[in-house]
Design a protein around this ligand. Structure first.
Ligand code: FE2
Length: 670
């Protein structure tokens, strides 16, 4: 007889204990063990939360190299079936090899489950017949569990889920996350002590009243925003380091529908607009996607959503200052171009309409579509097409945590018929779908890769652009990490081409995420290792860094409503010189709309206590030395970047913290 020493580790997560009887069978290249009941001296405590329990499985002779294990649990008579969350199983063979079997999933019934040994295997190198069989079975089951669904034509597909309890256990929120995160606007309203205001359909009558509501919950940054929101320098700053850093671009010729001339603008130094454009000092933000979008009706009142054009100048002292704003796309008599030299409230109102258009652009295009919805597509395609033993599954699965459930909740609670966004935002309802469709048409692969995006927007040398500085460093670090892992498995382009599972992953993304639009530049298949590395870097960057950059500061920038009104209820001035503070207050959203917006942004900016920072991998999916070393190097590089960002921030009036790796979550989880 020969002995296999088996270690079973039950996860540390809440409620992962089983008191059922657990059975194991070892399957090797030369045979298999009997199905063995795992009895331990610990008795019923062998499989409690966090337990590490040891067993021996004996076989008449060696069963060769281990390929997989079969696990099942059976309820005892009179005891109910329970749910078990084993983390992993380790087996030491009589030859002295240690084999690892990552599990990390719930076992809720008494079926037999197969788990592959941790050494990654692509389909073309998976030769053992039982290994291949279990690989096919696993994918077949996953294709049934994870099905594509169409929310609206023209936007990325998502996973079909009828209710959160029908979500496969693996992708559901942990108990901790569920209890912390009820995801209702009322949670936020209660926390902000705003409940009494949720039914108030009145306009604001003074800025002091807004202040009184806001002062219940302030962050350092939201405090700063309240103090500086009217300033041109801060208005300009937000295009670089605020919630939406991806719209601004260098302007070398004015768009024909924005007829600004030299004699109209006051330039900070420099001779003429043409000269300044030649020098690369002029920038444009064009909200053309909002043009003609049907604005919402809130509290029975028509709302207004503009499609502004904003011209900015980089000044000799390195500030980015707005120099002209046109609120509608088509030049016309009643569509004046506003300048900082106009009356205080004309100019301030023009900026408020820009900030409100930016709210819709940010939430729908920059945040929802370009991070949440795409991250779900990457995740669903991964789950449908790649088995656990595939190296790309091992690499990407930690970067999909909670994404499917958070998107389900966003669809149900934010953008559904009675969702907060639908009810209270200028672009809620019909406008939302129009904007999402237009946004998807404008997404390109290059714009999802920050080095190309920055170059295409001509922003390589704009000063004080911390989103770019930190983002590019993070991109490089992630790229080196992905290259280290995938370069280890894919030694040449041929291996990439012949990996049918990998090819299915990308072709599903092309079809279901980008609706088979070749103009996006998204690859339909991978032909080289370099292409694969670039795409996977983009996937990790999008779900971690990019999402953090556009998500974390939502309350910081949006808590003080006048800086980011979620809707506006008067049209902008069509002639100059008439606007007053009262005009501004009646333009702002009603009290209930304001507090619903604040509460939602508060909720969406909260960090969960089971937050996993970028580069931390609590689950051991890899077991080979090289990927483990590459992970350690990745973590070290992130630590250094984090320290550098903290040092840099000490010298900044407004610290830029959103891309500090310690603050970036591994996946889209909120
Ligand atoms: Fe988010």
């Amino acid at each position: 007889m020969v002995d296999y020493e088996v270690t079973v580790i039950t996860s540390n997560r809440v409620a992962s204990t089983t008191f059922n009887n657990v059975f194991i069978k070892l399957v090797g290249t030369d045979g298999e063990s009997e199905r063995k009941w795992l009895i331990s001296l610990k008795g019923a405590a062998a499989f409690i939360k966090g337990a590490v329990s040891y067993f021996t499985v004996s076989c008449p002779t060696s069963i060769g190299k281990l390929v997989l294990i079969e696990l099942d649990k059976q309820p005892l008579l009179l005891f109910p079936e329970d749910s078990w969350f084993p983390a992993k199983v380790e087996v030491k063979s009589p030859e002295g090899h240690t084999y690892n079997f990552p599990i990390y999933r719930w076992i809720t019934d008494s079926e037999v489950y197969r788990f592959r040994e941790a050494t990654a295997l692509r389909v073309f190198e998976d030769h053992h017949h039982l290994g291949r069989y279990s690989r096919e079975q696993e994918l077949q089951e996953r294709k049934e569990d994870y099905r594509w669904n169409v929310y609206e034509e023209g936007i990325p597909h998502h996973m079909k889920v009828d209710d959160p309890l029908s979500l496969p256990c693996e992708v559901r929120f942990s108990f901790t996350k569920t209890t912390e995160f009820l995801f209702t606007a009322s949670t936020g309203l209660t926390e902000l002590k705003l409940k009494g205001l949720a039914d108030c359909e009145e306009s604001w009558t003074s800025i002091d009243d807004i202040d009184r509501v806001f002062c219940c919950k302030q962050t350092d940054m939201s405090d700063y925003v309240q103090e500086h929101w009217k300033e041109d320098t801060f208005f300009g700053y937000q295009f670089l380091n605020g919630l939406n850093p991806i719209l601004i671009r260098r302007c070398t010729t004015l768009p024909s529908n924005f007829p600004v001339t030299d004699c109209m603008v006051f330039l900070h130094g420099g001779s003429s607009l043409t000269d300044e454009m030649k020098k690369g000092n002029i920038f444009l933000c064009d909200y053309k996607q909002m043009d003609g979008v049907q604005a919402n009706t809130i509290n029975g009142k028509q709302q207004y959503l503009m499609a502004p054009l904003v011209l900015l100048q980089k000044t000799p002292d390195d500030k980015l200052m707005p120099i002209a704003i046109q609120l509608k796309q088509k030049p016309a008599e009643d569509n004046p171009i506003f300048f900082p030299t106009d009356s205080e409230y004309d100019w301030l109102l023009a900026k408020i309409f820009v900030r409100s258009a930016d709210f819709s652009e940010h939430q729908l295009n920059v945040h929802l579509l370009r991070t949440h919805l795409l991250a779900e597509v990457f995740a669903v395609s991964l789950l449908r097409n790649l088995p656990m033993v595939h190296p790309l599954y091992k690499l990407l699965i930690p970067h999909t945590r909670y994404t499917i459930q958070i998107n389900f909740l966003a669809r149900r609670r934010l953008i559904s018929q009675d969702g907060v966004f639908t009810q209270f935002s200028a672009s809620g309802g019909e406008g939302l779908v129009t904007i999402l469709r237009r946004s998807l048409s404008s997404v390109t692969y290059r714009s999802l890769c920050i080095p190309e995006d920055i170059a295409d927007r001509g922003l390589e040398d704009v000063p004080n652009f911390y989103y770019r500085d930190d983002g590019l460093r993070l991109w490089d670090i992630i790229h080196r990490f992905v290259k280290g892992i995938l370069g280890y498995y894919y030694k040449n382009d041929c291996e990439v081409k012949q990996d049918s599972e990998l090819q299915k992953w990308i072709s599903d993304i092309f079809e279901h995420g980008f609706l088979s639009k070749q103009s996006t530049g998204i690859p339909q298949r991978f032909t080289t290792v370099a292409e694969l590395i670039q795409f996977v870097t983009m996937v990790i960057f999008t779900g971690s860094a990019q999402h953090a950059a556009v998500n974390t500061g939502q309350y910081d920038y949006g808590g003080w409503m006048p800086n980011t009104p979620i809707s506006l209820q008067l049209p902008p001035p069509t002639t100059k010189g008439k606007a007053t503070e009262a005009t501004m207050l009646s333009t702002f959203p009603d009290v209930n709309t304001t507090v619903q917006g604040m509460a939602t942004m508060w909720l969406l900016s909260q960090q969960s206590s089971d937050f996993v920072p970028l580069g931390q991998y609590p689950e051991d999916h890899f077991s080979e030395e090289t990927p483990l070393q590459v992970m350690k190097d990745f973590q070290k590089e992130l630590e250094v970047l984090s320290a550098n960002i903290k040092t840099r921030n000490k010298h900044l009036e407004v610290p830029y913290t959103y891309l500090d790796p310690e603050e970036v979550e591994n996946s889209v989880a909120i």
